[in-house]
Design a protein around this ligand. Structure first.
Ligand SMILES: [Zn+2]
Length: 310
């Protein structure tokens, strides 16, 4: 269920609603804004009649069967996460961004959105700009939709150009092999904000290759590019405590600086046993040595705030 009554059952809103000592809306907003930001989670509703799935997808395909904002915050709030960037699911909902926009509307101030737009429709940049007032601050782009020519064509060009005007970020779900093509687009559109998801999935086959990390770090010379430190369940040993990822994280941090790196969970995938939401944030909050408290604040909140909430 995605209605106001159900949402009120989430812990923070229960506080605001009076089950615990009442605090003012302004104080509540301040409290939320001081908490961490998870720069990447998905949500979906089991109510597929109300929120239809993409063609070919059925309720049985949803794994887990339900992952709503309330289920997300049940995991996120206890570890100090107050805001989340919701990422459009490239399979379940594809180009239909309505569910994420409804979530953002029902819980104001809690979500920013990375949506998806079909670059093969006429004037996709108009669609992209129309989504901005609904909280869509970035677009997920990926070769998984139309293959190796994914960055070619006037539609994709129009999206990158629009991103430079609106500040909406091109958020790339890619593998290390796609970094060269993304680098070429960054050279053509030097003012378009870009976010690389999940370290370009370096380590997805269990091996973190030096040449791949070097390529990711080389892209740091494009000053509009940011990197999500995320999806630990899919990389390296693929289980907590994820410490084998720390050398890569340090190299990425050295190349980009903390102001262009952001922690993210990639829930609900990160919360499938033996992985946990807590193990994800712990890697950056507790296990990443040798950085200042101020730098850690960028990784856990300020970078995502700058790119997706400001
Ligand atoms: Zn994801």
């Amino acid at each position: 269920m995605l209605d106001r009554r159900t949402l009120l059952q989430s812990s923070a809103l229960a506080v605001a609603a009076g089950s615990l000592p009442r605090i003012s809306p302004a104080a509540e907003e301040r409290r939320i804004n001081e908490m961490y930001i998870d720069a990447h989670s998905h949500v979906w509703s089991p109510e597929v009649e109300k929120w239809p799935l993409a063609k070919g997808q059925t309720k049985a395909d949803l794994k887990p069967p339900s992952f709503t904002p309330q289920e997300l915050f049940k995991l996120a709030e206890p570890v100090g996460v107050g805001r989340v960037v919701l990422i459009q699911h490239s399979v379940y909902h594809l180009f239909d961004n309505r569910y994420l926009m409804a979530c953002a509307k029902l819980m104001p101030g809690r979500f920013s959105i990375v949506g998806m737009v079909d670059d093969t429709i006429p004037h996709p940049d108009t669609t992209m700009k129309d989504l901005l007032p609904h909280g869509v601050r970035g677009l997920r782009i990926t070769p998984r939709i139309r293959g190796e020519k994914w960055l070619e064509g006037p539609g994709m060009e129009a999206l990158w150009k629009a991103g430079a005007e609106t500040g909406q970020a091109m958020c790339c779900l890619i593998d290390a092999a796609d970094l060269d093509n993304v680098a070429a687009m960054c050279a053509r559109f030097p003012y378009t904000p870009v976010v690389i998801d999940h370290f370009a999935r370096i380590g997805v086959d269990g091996t973190i290759r030096d040449a791949d990390v070097a390529k990711l770090c080389d892209l740091a010379k494009r000053k509009t590019v940011h990197v999500k430190l995320s999806a630990y369940y899919a990389l390296g040993k693929k289980q907590p405590p994820h410490e084998e990822l720390l050398p890569m994280i340090r190299r990425v941090l050295d190349a980009y600086g903390p102001e262009r790196c952001m922690w993210a969970s990639d829930a609900p995938y990160q919360v499938e046993p033996p992985n946990t939401y807590q193990a994800s944030i712990e890697l950056i909050r507790d296990r990443l040595d040798g950085i200042s408290a101020g730098d850690r604040e960028w990784l856990l909140r300020k970078t995502a705030e700058k790119v997706f909430f400001s």
